[in-house]
Design a protein around this ligand. Structure first.
Ligand SMILES: NC(=O)CCC(=O)C(=O)O
Length: 265
């Protein structure tokens, strides 16, 4: 069995403050025995205006946010899935919303740029990520000691074909910042659906509270098992959830209900 953990945050407009919070919560997860820890979407910048978010973009391999993640993975000897951070894109006015994964030696092992960009308008609530983010174009996975891990970000959760394209994963991670409105309606159902249809664990690390920019995020960081059962959840506020990846259990679910073998397309 391998222990994994998800960090939930209510990020503020201050990068140093968010780094301090992430440092404390990742240390707590590692002290609890987690081998793999994931941070939420835009954990260093979620509380900022869109213009400020773009101005904090880092060059790949260079910047205080990436330095922190590399040092922290090494310090605790963990696999750190760095939620997302803004990385510079060829388009000077927009960024890539990127997940970087670090191994226990602190070296980067994988990169995934969020593919599906969120858009939503209901009454006074309106979001259009395409204004500040350039979409990625490739699937992201990496091999952890317990098996393949698939990378996705927030709104990606609504596109099941992305997860099929990852191949056979033991664990899917979903750093997120779901809105409170859409989260109430869809978050848990979508996470459980992805776990059930891919017969794997799903670990989601969320933003969960009211941010300085007025945005309210849903929280409910969650670990779901391959049968679709919720094993751990944190409703709101910052904190850590953890649980086990049990490969024998995953194999037993796939053996008793061989849906993945019955696929026709
Ligand atoms: N940051 C996001 O991708 C938000 C996605 C979301 O809230 C949704 O309902 O989907």
């Amino acid at each position: 069995m391998s222990k994994v953990a998800a960090v939930q945050m209510v990020s503020t407009p201050s990068v140093p403050e968010n780094i301090a919070t992430a440092r404390r919560l990742v240390a707590e997860a590692a002290a609890g025995g987690a081998e793999l820890v994931t941070l939420p979407e835009y954990w260093p910048i979620m509380g900022m205006s869109d213009a400020d978010k773009v101005s904090h973009a880092e060059q790949p391999g260079n910047g205080p946010i990436q330095d922190f993640m590399a040092e922290t993975a090494k310090e605790h000897g963990i696999w750190l899935i760095g939620g997302t951070l803004p990385l510079v894109s060829p388009d000077a006015t927009r960024v890539m919303n990127t997940t970087l994964v670090y191994g226990p030696d602190g070296k980067p092992v994988s990169r995934y740029d969020k593919i599906h960009l969120f858009g939503f308008t209901k009454g006074k609530e309106s979001y259009d990520e395409a204004r500040t983010i350039v979409p990625g174009g490739s699937v992201g996975t990496f091999e952890a000691p317990f098996g393949r891990v698939g990378l996705s970000v927030c709104y990606d959760l609504r596109f099941p074909e992305l997860y099929r394209a990852m191949g056979d994963c033991v664990l899917i991670v979903v750093p997120a910042a779901f809105t409170h409105t859409t989260g109430m309606a869809h978050w848990e159902v979508l996470l459980r659906a992805r776990a059930i249809e891919n017969q794997c664990y799903v670990l989601a690390s969320a933003q969960g509270g009211t941010h300085a920019n007025g945005r309210r995020t849903f929280g409910h960081s969650m670990l779901v098992d391959p049968w679709g059962e919720v094993k751990a959840v944190l409703n709101e506020g910052e904190g850590v959830i953890e649980g086990d990846i049990d490969l024998a259990y995953l194999a037993s679910v796939r053996e008793s209900l061989p849906a993945l073998k019955h696929r026709k397309m």
